[in-house]
Design a protein around this ligand. Structure first.
Ligand SMILES: [Zn+2]
Length: 289
């Protein structure tokens, strides 16, 4: 997970654009009436988000007396995010705000949508609130539907608030075999708070990052094999080479899964003593003709 800059759009401006755009004039007036309530809710959200306390926000069926949850959901899909609509540029700008177009939740797949960190199906107050709209890939958006934290430790990471890339917590271990494979773990530093350790582990689990990285690592392992197979390594020189490669990859993203792969291989005596030759048996390598 990578921290990204939060959107700077004003919720009031978004609501005014939406109110101006909806056909139902009664709804338009009620949306304008709801601005104060929604702005107050946004202020609470910004405060609670800093301390992973968003779980304390109760689900709401309506924005006070103004707008129902169903109306807010429809407002999001049919007005705020509508292609060609007056606020679509805001949707597009938030969606494009993750560097490199990579989903900040999995750091692997391309962004294709916006994820409601607090689900719009539960929280009428946050359906179009920009700080609740996070660029994400489709898979992470779907997986996030299972998030219903009841305590702090059940949270997933919020890319606008949480920064967990200062220290290494993503590791990989090589499983010897023909071919070998890699399994990933979230192992946060023990000096982090218990809650933050639990949140990082929960995030890793909810978004299926272990499975995702294992699949991609199988291909990376073959690239590494072709890179090293014809060179005269000793165990020590191969280990040093792999650690150097890991270090290079950590320079951009400390918890890069590729860095975890290289480090996991360097830690494996089996791999560095010649086990890497077993990668040649990967079913992903096309048969020689
Ligand atoms: Zn993703």
């Amino acid at each position: 997970m990578r921290k990204i800059n939060p959107p700077t759009y004003s919720l009031k401006a978004i609501l005014e654009l939406c109110a101006d755009s909806v056909q139902d004039k009664g709804l338009s007036l009620r949306l304008l009436g709801a601005i104060e309530t929604l702005s107050a809710a946004e202020t609470v959200y910004r405060e609670l988000g800093k301390s992973n306390d968003l779980y304390t926000i109760a689900a709401t069926d309506a924005v006070d007396k103004w707008v129902s949850r169903g109306e807010m959901e429809t407002l999001y899909t049919q007005t705020f995010a509508r292609k060609g609509g007056p606020s679509r540029y805001i949707y597009d700008t938030i969606r494009a705000s993750s560097p490199g177009g990579l989903c900040p939740l999995c750091n692997q797949r391309p962004v294709s949508t916006l994820d409601h960190h607090l689900a719009k199906a539960e929280h009428a107050n946050f359906a179009v609130t920009p700080i609740n709209l996070v660029p994400s890939c489709k898979d992470c958006n779907t997986d996030s539907g299972a998030r219903k934290p009841t305590v702090k430790s059940e949270h997933t990471l919020h890319p606008y608030f949480d920064s967990v890339d200062g220290e290494v917590w993503l590791t990989a271990s090589l499983i010897p075999g023909t071919p070998p494979s890699l399994i990933f773990s979230a192992t946060p530093p023990v000096h982090w708070t218990d809650d933050l350790q639990a949140i990082v582990k929960n995030n890793f689990k909810v978004f299926g990052l272990g499975e995702l990285y294992t699949i991609h690592a199988a291909g990376e392992l073959i690239n590494i094999y072709f890179d090293i197979e014809s060179k005269p390594w000793t165990q020590e020189t191969l280990k040093a080479h792999l650690l150097e490669q890991a270090g290079n990859r950590r320079r951009m993203v400390k918890n890069s899964w590729q860095a975890a792969v290289y480090e996991g291989l360097a830690k494996s005596d089996w791999f560095c003593q010649g086990g890497y030759k077993n990668v040649a048996h990967s079913p992903l390598i096309p048969p020689q003709t």
